[in-house]
Design a protein around this ligand. Structure first.
Ligand code: NAG
Ligand code: NAG
Length: 282
């Protein structure tokens, strides 16, 4: 069932009402994910520099429509995001780094893609391999508000019981507009069998993580493709654990959500980033 919800969600987003952001770009709402259900009381607004790896992505399709997703800066010219963000005819991407208030254009800097790489085995029905890379046409200048996030170890850790932080400029709730400020919340990793009961069990394998907020808070948080991170895991460094992939319904529930497990894709990431595999700029 979740497959249908996701696909419908995405198609809906193509038709949904959009809005103009502070840069004068028209946006359509993206699918489900986003800030906590009880965002007013529990959603927290990030400070500048608190999540310096978070990229706000503006994704343009061939018809000139824009979608919002999240991403993470993992190398000076590379942003990782979810494949489903780039799969629907997206032709180019813009990444805003170092900005927590979208109305405040003095914050951060905007970068542009020159290549989009969707995992070759991404399956939009099962959301298997929901990972993609955006190559930027210039190197990102890092500073106190813009920083590369480390990749995790591929040590077979299932992270069950660990608490990580998800960030996003997502919708502030069902039928509410997208957020103009970066929001964050903590989620705990649950055993995969919990998500296997809720989603298609065959598809919920060990390339995914099952995460949930505490005490029945909504698990939906952060834009699609955005980071689930181990913040300050060592000496003020951050580590990328997951990518926002899918949820059940539209954020109203207490259901855990599915994340792409980044540690399962380290080989893929390094192959793509080394090989380059550049197409002509879009
Ligand atoms: C914009 O952001 C900068 C840096 O955080 C801050 O100094 C400034 O006060 C902000 N401006 C507005 C209008 O919020
Ligand atoms: C990060 O963790 C270290 C201890 O490992 C601590 O001293 C430091 O204050 C933390 N930084 C932040 C921003 O919380």
């Amino acid at each position: 069932m979740y497959r249908l919800l996701i696909l419908l969600g995405f198609l809906n987003s193509l038709r949904a009402d959009g809005f103009f952001d502070s840069d004068g770009n028209f946006f359509y709402e993206d699918i489900d994910f986003l800030t906590p259900e009880d965002r007013v009381s529990n959603g927290q607004t990030a400070n500048l520099g608190q999540f310096p790896y978070h990229a706000k992505l503006d994704l343009k399709n061939s018809e000139g429509r824009y979608f919002r997703c999240g991403g993470s800066l993992i190398a000076s010219e590379w942003i990782v995001t979810a494949a489903h963000c780039l799969n629907n005819g997206i032709v180019s991407a813009r990444a805003v780094l170092g900005r927590v208030n979208l109305r405040n254009r003095t914050q951060g800097k905007t970068y542009h893609s020159d290549d989009l790489i969707v995992h070759q085995d991404f399956d939009p029905d099962t959301l298997e391999n929901d990972i993609a890379l955006i190559h930027l046409d210039e190197s990102v200048e890092t500073d106190e508000n813009i920083a590369i996030i480390d990749l995790p170890e591929d040590d077979g850790d299932d992270y069950v019981g660990d608490v990580f932080t998800v960030t996003g400029f997502g919708r502030l709730g069902r039928n509410k507009p997208l957020s103009n400020t970066l929001q964050y919340t903590n989620l705990k990793v649950r055993p995969n069998r919990i998500c296997q009961r809720l989603y298609n069990s065959e598809d919920f394998d060990d390339t995914k993580l099952c995460c949930k907020g505490k005490d029945g808070e909504s698990t939906c948080s952060g834009d699609s493709g955005g980071p689930l991170a181990d913040v300050n895991y060592s000496n003020n460094r951050n580590r990328l654990i997951g990518l926002v992939s899918f949820g059940k319904g539209s954020c109203e529930g207490k259901n855990p959500s599915g994340f792409t497990k980044v540690a399962a894709y380290l080989d893929w990431l390094s192959e793509q980033m080394e090989v380059g595999n550049f197409k002509e700029p879009c």
